[in-house]
Design a protein around this ligand. Structure first.
Ligand code: NDP
Ligand code: A1CAB
Length: 275
């Protein structure tokens, strides 16, 4: 693992997940910094992971090899404008994880020709099972590309996108995706409880089934559709359940959900890019 200094601006949910992944992967905590205005959240990062915490963004960024902008999308322009001069002088790589906000806008707020990587991680980064897509603007050189990849790979798998416009679809799929699976788990557990299982049993069976299915789909050479058919005995219980899910247009529902998320990411890019 590299010992490059990485400064997070914003120490909320996603920064915490990435910091947790980096520390678990062996990144020296002393080379990780977080600037976070909320004292309780900042202190928790310091005590839980042994990283350096700062109230002030400029101090956190001083001398950092990479600066990860982990604030809400609406805060990004202000933060980038505040730190742009410093980042340009010390030639740090900037990695933005904000949904929707496009790299040309980020570079402009930073003051011009700045290496910017857009990343879309997800919260399972906390336990190193994240999935991240990356896009580099033309100012990012090979070493900085490696730095971005190594940093995000500490939290799970990484793919590079050839085209930034794909980032909205990625945001809809894997950025927001953990929430869809959590909602499905909530719904399955609640339904099982209504069928008479106690909540501990319903929860455990739901979660182990989700884990087993995900691992099988990842590790098997067959497609999920084939794995599904193997569970589905003709005239059996699974067929009865799947008929209900298909009757409720599950595939259409997912398409509408992902289109709504991608559309919202695009809207954020338009709205915030005009600042
Ligand atoms: N959560 C997720 O699953 C994912 C989130 N993202 C992206 O990550 C980014 C962060 O999201 P998330 O972690 O969920 O949000 P959070 O609100 O949990 O974290 C943002 C943090 O930044 C702090 N902050 C606000 N203003 C500043 C500032 N000027 N300087 C420094 N810190 C500041 C906030 O403090 P305070 O609350 O006090 O304002 C907060 O602690 C977003 O842009 C989001 O689009 C990307 C992928 C997945
Ligand atoms: O909900 C959001 O906007 C962020 C981006 C992806 C996941 N969470």
């Amino acid at each position: 693992m590299s010992e490059k200094t990485i400064a997070f601006i914003g120490g909320g949910n996603m920064a915490r997940s990435l910091i947790g992944g980096l520390v678990a992967d062996g990144h020296p905590p002393a080379a990780l910094r977080a600037a976070e205005p909320d004292a309780e959240r900042r202190e928790a990062l310091i005590s839980d992971y042994g990283i350096q915490g700062f109230e002030d963004n400029a101090t956190a960024v001083r001398g950092a090899d990479a600066v990860i902008l982990a604030v809400k999308p609406g805060e990004l322009a202000g933060v980038a404008r505040q730190l742009g001069g410093q980042i340009r002088d010390q030639q740090s790589l900037v990695i933005s994880i904000a949904a929707g906000v496009r790299s040309p806008n980020i570079a402009e707020w930073l003051g011009g020709d700045v290496p910017v990587v857009r990343a879309m991680p997800n919260t399972p980064a906390l336990i190193q099972t994240g999935a991240t897509a990356l896009f580099a603007n033309p100012s990012v050189g090979p070493e900085q590309r490696d730095l971005a990849e190594t940093t995000l790979r500490a939290a799970g798998m990484v793919v590079w996108l050839p085209d930034e416009t794909q980032m909205d679809a990625v945001t809809a799929l894997s950025g927001s995706g953990p929430a869809y699976f959590f909602l499905t788990m909530e719904a399955m557990q609640a339904a099982a409880e209504r069928l008479g299982l106690d909540s501990d049993t319903a929860r455990l069976l739901t979660l182990e089934t989700a884990l087993g299915a995900a691992r099988m789909a990842l590790e098997a050479s067959e497609e999920p559709a084939l794995l599904r058919r193997r569970v589905t005995s003709p005239g059996g219980t699974t067929a009865a359940a799947l008929a209900e899910l298909e009757g409720g247009d599950l595939a259409g529902l997912y398409e509408r959900a992902l289109r709504a998320a991608a559309g919202r990411a695009h809207e954020l890019g338009d709205e915030l890019g005009a600042q």
